[in-house]
Unconditional design. Structure first.
Length: 141
């Protein structure tokens, strides 16, 4: 009695993904990312942070707590410096907006699948119960 195959649903999901990849917020994200990739100071800071993070992992593994603290302070300083650059802050904001959109779409799909199951079984949306749960006498007596 299935109206759609799994393959059809995946194809529709791919269409939705392409639509989402072409919304205004994604375009802005791509523009900001390109500016960040072209900014040598930002790239130098990112590379320095990555190198220090590797050092921190090694210091932690070998129990070198004093050296680890020193490296972590330098990572924090460089991260603050990065965060102080307006384009970096704007990029992070853009990431949050995109994550919020993805979460909203995911939640909407999840909610609507649940609601459709309830509706299709003759259930009660307000109670969040499927028709089979109601038919089996699952009530509060």
């Amino acid at each position: 009695m299935a109206e759609y195959t799994r393959k059809q649903v995946v194809e529709e999901a791919e269409k939705l993904a392409k639509m989402m990849a072409n919304i205004e917020e994604i375009d802005r994200f791509k523009q900001l990312e390109a500016k960040i990739n072209d900014n040598q100071k930002i790239q130098d800071n990112i590379q320095r942070i990555k190198a220090l993070q590797k050092q921190a992992v090694n210091f932690q593994a070998y129990g070198k707590t004093e050296a680890l603290e020193k490296v972590e302070k330098e990572i924090d300083r460089l991260q603050e410096e990065l965060d102080g650059i307006p384009i970096v802050s704007e990029f992070k904001d853009s990431q949050m907006v995109i994550n919020d959109i993805l979460q909203m779409v995911s939640n909407t799909i999840s909610r609507e699948v649940t609601n459709e199951v309830i509706r299709s079984t003759g259930g009660d949306l307000l109670k969040g119960e499927t028709g089979s749960k109601q038919a089996n006498g699952a009530c509060d007596h």
